[in-house]
Design a protein around this ligand. Sequence first.
Ligand SMILES: [Zn+2]
Length: 185
Amino acid sequence: MKKFFKIVKDTNPELRAKCKEITEITPEIISFVNEMHDYLIASQDEKISQKYNIREGVGLAAPQVGRNIRALVVYFEEQTDEGVHIVDHRLINPKIILESVKEVYLSGGEGCLSVDVHHEGYVYRHNKIQVKAFNVQTQKEEIITARGYEAIVLQHEIDHLDGILYYDRIDKKNPFVQKEDAIRI
Ligand SMILES: [Zn+2]
């Protein structure tokens, strides 16, 4: 791991700020996004995460590492019928352009590298979304379609760019409220 980031926690008001659009995609911004990606992969390596005492994550947004700009990364592997599928997004200025009415939630709730105290409850998200963004890997503006868990992670990270944390979306009075028709995963 080239760069060791310090994660901004939710006790820091900076995490609540709305992040700025990136107007010029410079080589420095590209390297920064790739460094966030490297950090995420390292966090999923048991030896590294133990050695550096970092928590495992599947997504990371720029404000979580102290930069108020609209960039995020998502990385995880998932088992599908066709084998292991790698989800790898490195996005600049992501914008949700389409979202399904159908909702989805994680039965165990969500977690966040910036939140040390687990907040119990369901976070309902759109089951399918389309995101328009500059893709760092292809160096092009693209439209990404995501469903289920991938859609949840992307929405969680995009929320960070607007200063929103997952527990803001938990029903305070009834954290485990059951919504009809929502997909449970
Ligand atoms: Zn988070």
